[in-house]
Write a protein that binds this ligand. Structure first.
Ligand SMILES: Nc1ncnc2c1ncn2[C@@H]1O[C@H](COP(=O)(O)OP(=O)(O)O)[C@@H](O)[C@H]1O
Ligand SMILES: [Mg+2]
Length: 232
């Protein structure tokens, strides 16, 4: 297994935010994590990355218990992170943003490898983050997440705030990455349709609890998931 959370409880400032989360990403899977704002998606992703430490429960990466491992060690194990809101450095060019993530000059063949997934990036490699559109920023954020060829890519609401046309392009890119055998966890605030054809499995989360586990399509007809996530 690539990643696994076992009975994970996370507290932030004394408030319980995750209440015993169990979740698994297997090799080659694109797993969706669906829940409305405040449900605990970002907290779940940060806990896998090691940016938050559980109060109880275990985190496993590549079959190893990493509960006590810091984020940089997890990154070195092959975990890539595409944070919510993209977090592109505005004063640096797209290429410089990639260099920061890589930790030095990006070798030509590696850059080519990344560009096969996000070919449009070639057009704006020399442009500052400040001047990139939302879609361009997301492409760059994905490229940055891929730059160390991670075994698992964690994507926090990668489709948020994008126009439908751009959403389709980003989804296609993620499909391509999945088809190359990379595993990913993708959070989404509620529009299940956006992940059609991409997610091979889905979890529903509400108020820090996993309320659904199954196929992506199944979440829409699951009574518990529907009432907890969409209130219908
Ligand atoms: N830094 C923080 N300080 C206080 N509460 C927080 C903080 N981060 C998250 N929370 C709380 O934790 C819950 C889950 O947040 P989050 O994981 O960001 O949800 P999501 O990503 O699904 O929108 C929310 O109720 C939020 O208010
Ligand atoms: Mg979030």
């Amino acid at each position: 297994m690539i990643a696994k959370l076992e009975d994970v409880v996370v507290e932030i400032k004394g408030v319980t935010v995750l209440r015993g989360v169990n979740l698994e990403v297997r090799e080659g899977e694109a797993v969706a994590l669906i829940g409305r704002n405040g449900a605990g998606k970002t907290t779940t992703i940060k806990t896998i990355m090691g940016l938050l430490r559980p109060k109880s429960g275990r985190v496993y990466l590549l079959d190893e218990d990493v509960t006590q491992k810091p984020a940089h060690e997890r990154a070195n194990m092959g975990i890539g992170y595409v944070p919510e809101g993209r977090r592109i450095i505005p004063d640096l060019t797209a290429l410089e943003n990639l260099e920061i993530a890589y930790g030095g000059k990006v070798p030509e063949d590696l850059l080519e490898w990344v560009l096969q997934f996000v070919p449009d990036l070639k057009r704006f490699l020399d442009r500052k983050g400040l001047y990139l559109s939302g879609g361009e920023q997301q492409m760059l954020a994905i490229a940055r997440g891929l730059i160390r060829k991670p075994k698992l890519l964690l994507l926090d609401e990668p489709l948020e705030g994008l126009a439908p046309k751009i959403t389709a392009i980003v989804t296609k890119t993620l499909k391509q990455i999945r088809d190359e055998g990379f595993s990913m966890l993708i959070s989404e605030s509620g529009i299940v349709k956006r992940l059609e054809g991409l997610a091979t499995k889905a979890y529903g989360i509400d108020r820090g609890e996993i309320v659904y586990e199954g196929s992506l399509e199944g979440i829409l007809s699951d009574e518990k998931a529907r009432s907890r996530i969409w209130g219908v």
